[in-house]
Design a protein around this ligand. Sequence first.
Ligand SMILES: [Zn+2]
Length: 588
Amino acid sequence: MIPESFIQDVLARTDIVSLIERYVPLKKSGANYMACCPFHNEKSASFSVSPTKQFYHCFGCGAHGTAIGFLMEYSGMSFLEAIKDLAQQAGLKVPEDDAPPVDRSQISSLLDAMGRATRFYREQLKQSPKAIEYLKQRGLTGEIAARFGIGYAPDDWQGLHTVFANDYDSLALLEAGLVIQNDTGRRYDRFRDRVMFPILDQRGNIVGFGGRVIGQGEPKYLNSPETPLFEKGRELYGLFQARQAIRESGVVVVVEGYMDVVALAQYGFGSAVATLGTATTATHIQKLFRQSEKVVFCFDGDNAGRKAARRALESCLDQLADDREVRFLFLPPEHDPDSFVREQGLEAFHRAIHDALPLSEFLLRELRSGLNLATAEDRAKLVHEAKALIPKISAPVLQLQTIRMVAQDVDMSPDEVSQALGIRAPAHSKTAPRYAGRRTAPAGPLRQLLRLLSSQPILIGALPADTLHLAGDGPEAGILQVFLDAHENNGFSASTVTALFEACQDEAQKNVLGELLQASDEGRAEEKAAKEELDGHITNLRIALIDHELAALHQRDRQGGQLSTDEKRLLVTLPAQKQALRAGQKIR
Ligand SMILES: [Zn+2]
């Protein structure tokens, strides 16, 4: 856990305008900066960055957030990664970070080596008719080859010597995995006579290479080893290039090889990425879900493909949510995505993606495979197998649906299956009506109050003592509580709201905070008028509460619920209180 104060420090030392400007050209417009939104397609600028609030907001697609949120959304970093990135730029050390400190100069010398090697390989491609012929055969144009930075490593034991010269013996080249050193200390190029696919991280840095043989030869694919830059279980080939297409299409397709990614892009399907010779990891899945709510795994129709699909399935289960969708596409046995799209065309591929098997059905298919459900033994076996998978599903409704599917298969009730799987049945919804006096926050007036407080933080001192009590127990009340805590501890200011937005774990609260941050600064009132506005909001809040309470009492009365004497009295006194409030009188 990163302490909230640290997040606040990082944000205080970051300028969101210069951060975003690195990725998106901004134009000053009044107090804010505007640009065409990087998160949706548009012709006129509706993406606005506020230097005073250190917040961005798009009026077109509703994207919004802090510097941290921008990095997460734009580069697909995790929260922690974004914090670390910004902290590092601000010269701050992340507290309680157990990872060994990263040696920046080492990283930058490795990145430099990768960059030089990439340029060399690309030059070499131009001079190799054999490699050019290979790419042409695959139907690739120069444009796509350039987009993916494809190159060629010549058939030469020390090809890189021509570009690195004396640096060929440097530590960086070895650590970057570009050369291999044998027992006698002699070095030679790792990649020889291969078509080279640079692997980019989410910032667009070249962190590794995949090399494919031309024609026959083993191994067919050779990847960079794990280096300080490159961790196979984290990176996805093509993700950097695919981000825009994924955002536009709302789906990301995971294929098995780089050639598939490139070929699909060549045929107009830009949202494909590939794992790098490893099984799909939980980190991969997290990265994918950060880019899109819909993920389709595309596997070859052979046995290896099915095994890979099974592993992908297992890594997904605890990353699922009910608004996320995972599907599995199995191509005909004779095809990989490359050959499929080339033979059948883009339309057919789109259709195949659309018709891909939903995760739940693939899961059931896996469970059923090899079983004869006419026998009690095999039905028991199915439930036994399900125990390893279904309890892991982190999407509650989908889990329930899957349990029902299993129940049908094995001729048991869903409750019995749940029990056998060790899943507690969801608690029955509370049928007893809530006591009328129990409050849910009347969100409208409370939000107006919060909005005022975040634009005029000084007013927090002028809140009546019972405000929190009035606020009830919704997300708005939670935020009010946090505001008041901040006020008591280290002072409450406009920048606190931005920092709170990042520290907030509760989605409902976060939505409210986001809305506060988007609210316009226009018409910011004078302090005296603001105090009156505050009083007005408080009064509205009291009135809204009374309305709420009255409505609940009337409803119970109508439904024949027995009202106590006290409650009956409330039916009379509450409207009077309301009238008094309206008249601007002070109630006792
Ligand atoms: Zn937008």
